[in-house]
Structures are given as C-alpha cells and as structure tokens.
Design a protein around this ligand. Structure first.
Ligand code: ZN
Length: 366
C-alpha cells in the first residue's frame, strides 16, 4: 500500500521533473535509458522526448509493455504509475519470470505533457494518429459536421456554455451512444477541432514505432498496458480492449474491469488510429494482449466542457504559448486528468502495480 510519502515522490506536475525522476530512478537501478526526442521544445526550452526503459533479458520472448502519456497531460499519473511499478521491481515485490522483460515508454506525447494538453504540437490526438499503414488521414464520423459548431466555437465570445455542451452531448436525436461515437471516433478534416487525428504520422508516433522495430525482434508475446485517465468512476480503472478479443479469457486473468470498445456498453467507444491497433497492425507476427487501462476522474460532460474550453482558448485567443500554459483552462486540464486527491492517487498507484502482477501471472503460464 503506497504511503503519502510514496505518492509525493511519484507524482510530478512538470514534465522536466517527471522525466528527471525517471532518469534518476533508472540510474539507481543501473538501467540504460533510450531517449527519442522530438523537434519541438518545452516551456523551459527543454528537450522533449519519449524515454524508454527495458528491464530483463535483451532477447526475452515475452514482454510486458507499459506506455503512458499518449494523451500528454495524462502522462503525469502515468509517470507516477511507472515510478511505482519500478519501485516494486527494485524492492523485489514484483519479479519477472525467466525469458520475460518489462519495458516502459515514458511520455509518448511529451509535448502535450509539458504544455498540459491532451493533444500534440499539431493539435493531434495521438490515440487517433496511428492509422494502419496504407490508410489515408482523411474523413470524419458521420455526424461530426452537425456537432462541430457546438464543440469547436471559433471565437472567444462566451455564451451559455454549459447548455451548449449539454446540447452537443445529448441532442440531435442521435441517442447517447451515437453522439459519443461521433464525438470520440476521431476526425482527419478539421485541424483546429477536437479529436483531430493529424494529417500524417506524428514525429513522436514515429519514434515509438522505431523503438518497437528495434526492440521487439525477439519478442513473441506481449502484454501491453497503455495508461490513461479521464472516463469512468473516480479512481477506478476500466480495462478497455478491442472488440472481438476473447473477453472471457481476459476477465479470468484481469478481472471484471475488462470492457470491449463498444459505444453501446460501458465508458468506451470505437476509435480510428488508436495506438494499440496501429502497432498491432505493424507487428502482426506477435501475440498481443493489448489493454487500455483508463482511470476515471470526473464525469464525461464536465470533461468534454473542459477540453472544449481549453481547445478554444488555444486556437482562438491569440495568447502566446507561455500565457496559454499559465491559463486556468490548462491548469484545469491538469487537475481533471491528474486529480490532486490523495485517495485518487493512492488508487492509481495500487491498481497500476496490481495489473502488472496479473500480467506477470499471465506470462508465467504454460
Ligand atoms: Zn487518454
């Protein structure tokens, strides 16, 4: 059980601090860090990078992969989760079977983490950016056009914000799950709007693919935990898996929290360009168990309202980057995706390590 001091030690509120803690921990554990930077800089002119750690045999055929910060600002609790898992490994509370390694990808979207956004430097949601090879960065969900003016106001003039956002969510006689689907699926047509998937593969997406190409050569079986925060009950994780996987088998290993990505059920929805589907498509020879571990924070309508307000400010206020970073909208993003509550943070650390225990049991079978 993590103590208050552990929580203090694991959670950071600036990208530089989170990254430095990871590097210090790696040094203590005598681990090599592989750093893949992007060209954009952080608010302190610091280098922004995804940092990779690998623990265990270099030629392991089984791998537990922990990724975080695909949605930038969600990287703060993601980084804390990685720290707490690393603590478990160095204190030998977690031990890997032979022939099994664990790898961490810290801050898949470092720009978003540093600048307190979910998206990257091109306003792209990286969990919509990994279209399978050959699929064009084009198109939008059927009903997106009808929601765009509500979701993406193009001036800073304020109106009846809360009602507008409720309307966007509930109305149009689309039904809740259809609206959720239209809002969340991903779109490739409106670069300043929400849920933009990008115009091409992002630099940081390419970095992650390059790392996989180099490191996964000998790996046959992967359990991949992609850490997120946002939707769902406060502090509780949903384990989102692609439609069509063997849910029963997954539930027997990972518990009742397993949910398929089906908009009619649970917190999830179908998406295009998701990181896990995109990587699986590029490495089809591996046996993948891909799980999005999503911890709940606040309710969906306030969450959408925040994302809308933050995007509006970024796109239309004309403020320079550092002023945007200091805005209440960006601070609200940090608080919404990385709540300060000690109770929440303790739940995050506990379950982040517990799922790794389940993955270890899973990979110890046969
Ligand atoms: Zn996320």
């Amino acid at each position: 059980m993590p103590e208050d001091a552990d929580i203090q030690r694991c959670f950071a509120t600036e990208y530089v601090t989170a990254r430095q803690r990871l590097l210090d921990r790696a040094e203590k554990m005598e681990l090599e860090v592989e750093t893949l930077a992007i060209s954009k800089k952080g608010p302190h002119e610091e280098t922004l990078s995804t940092d990779f750690l690998w623990i265990g045999p270099a030629n392991a055929t089984k791998l537990i992969l922990h990724t975080s910060g695909v949605h930038g600002v969600e990287g703060y609790p993601g980084s804390a989760a990685a720290m707490w898992i690393l603590d478990g490994i160095s204190s030998k509370q977690l031990s890997l079977p032979d022939d099994c390694a664990i790898a961490f990808a810290h801050a898949i979207n470092p720009w978003g983490m540093a600048w307190l956004r979910r998206v990257n430097e091109d306003n792209a949601d990286l969990n919509r950016n990994f279209l399978p090879p050959g699929e064009a960065y084009e198109g939008e969900p059927e009903n997106y056009a009808r929601l765009d003016h509500l979701l993406n106001p193009t001036s800073m003039k304020t109106g009846r914000e809360y009602y507008t956002i409720r309307a966007a969510w509930h109305s149009f006689r689309l039904g809740f799950s259809n609206t959720k689907q239209a809002v969340q699926e991903g779109q490739y047509t409106r670069p300043t709007s929400l849920q933009y998937g990008g115009g091409r593969l992002a630099e940081s997406s390419q970095n992650f693919i390059d790392w996989c190409e180099r490191k996964l050569t000998d790996v046959r079986q992967v359990v991949w935990i992609d850490f997120h925060t946002g939707l769902g009950p406060f502090g509780v994780d949903s384990l989102l898996v692609a439609e069509g996987v063997d849910e029963k088998a997954l539930m027997s290993r990972y518990g009742e929290r397993v949910q398929p990505l089906d908009p009619a059920k649970g917190v999830a929805y179908k998406i295009r360009g998701g990181i896990q589907a995109g990587i699986e498509a590029r490495f089809p020879d591996k046996e993948w168990t891909s799980i999005t571990q999503e911890f709940g924070t606040i309710k969906p309508i306030p969450l959408l309202k925040l994302a809308r307000a933050e995007n509006r400010l970024t796109q239309w206020s004309g403020k320079p980057p550092l002023r945007l970073l200091q805005s209440k909208e960006r601070r609200n993003m940090l608080d919404a995706f990385n709540p300060r509550s000690l109770k929440w943070r303790r739940m995050i650390l506990q379950r982040s390590r517990a799922i790794i225990e389940d993955a270890i049991t899973h990979l110890s079978e046969e």
